[in-house]
Design a protein around this ligand. Structure first.
Ligand code: SF4
Length: 258
């Protein structure tokens, strides 16, 4: 079965979940609690590595209360104090020293975060990848959500979903980050709002329907993974995953009578 055009997959998701990111979203997809949204996004992008989002949100709240959603304060804090605040995020000690080194590097190289984020996309991406605790996924999250650079973010959810949708098209779970990113991004417009919303839509699909044990026919998982209001409007729907009709895994299962 040919995989549906990727933009059509996006539209099916939006029709089901509604816009999750951007001016039409009912609530901000990235919950921001301070007047420094770009720094919060950078911090969140580092903390979320191998960590549930609700754990990250709680850590960011504690950092805010300690006055650490501030680049200069973050560059000066003791690693042990920061580690205690971000515990139980995975690798909290390494992340604490990484965040401090990152804050210092941003100050020394660019002066401030806004200056850093205003650099050309390809140049900044290369520079970010040289900073502590920044791999391709973290770099792209920062570029897209903090800087509105038009990049598609690949994560484990993306790989799992596309491995089920179109297993013949790419070895999604073994392919390099760049291969997956290229395979998807080449079919999408270079629009940061759409790219950010698509990433949000795939996340929502992965935590509601396309779990490790998929809930193709529903109901959606009711896990509350963020304090954000207004994210549960579709939970009472009973029509199952919005990608059933275009999913190779689902259609093979139906054909095999499993
Ligand atoms: S139909 Fe099932 S396997 Fe396919 S994308 Fe939806 S939840 Fe995942």
């Amino acid at each position: 079965m040919m995989m549906q055009r990727i933009i059509d997959i996006y539209h099916r998701l939006v029709a089901h979940f509604g816009p999750l990111y951007g001016p039409e979203a009912s609530s901000p997809w990235w919950p921001i609690i301070s007047d420094r949204p770009q720094l919060e996004i950078v911090i969140g992008a580092v903390l979320v590595q191998q960590t549930r989002w609700e754990t990250v949100e709680a850590a960011v709240v504690r950092m805010h209360a300690a006055g650490l959603l501030d680049l200069a304060a973050l560059a000066d804090v003791e690693a042990e104090q920061l580690a205690a605040l971000i515990y139980p995020c995975a690798f909290y000690r390494q992340k604490a020293s990484g965040l401090i080194a990152l804050a210092r590097a941003i100050q020394e190289r660019y002066g401030d975060l806004a200056t850093m984020l205003s650099r050309p996309t390809a140049t900044l991406r290369t520079e970010l990848l040289q900073l502590p605790r920044i791999g391709p996924e973290t770099a792209d999250v920062i570029l897209l959500y903090a800087g509105q650079h038009p990049l598609f973010v690949v994560d484990a959810y993306t790989r799992r979903i596309f491995a089920r949708l179109a297993p013949d098209r790419l070895a999604w779970e073994r392919a390099s980050y760049g291969q997956v990113q290229q395979a998807i991004a080449k079919e999408l417009p270079s629009d940061p709002v759409l790219l950010a919303d698509f990433h949000a839509q795939l996340n929502e699909l992965a935590v509601r329907y396309c779990l490790v044990r998929p809930r193709c026919d529903g109901p959606p998982a009711r896990r509350v993974y963020s304090r954000q209001p207004g994210r549960n409007s579709f939970l009472d729907r009973h029509d199952g995953c919005p990608l059933q009709a275009v999913c190779a895994w689902y259609n093979r299962k139906q054909f095999d009578g499993e």
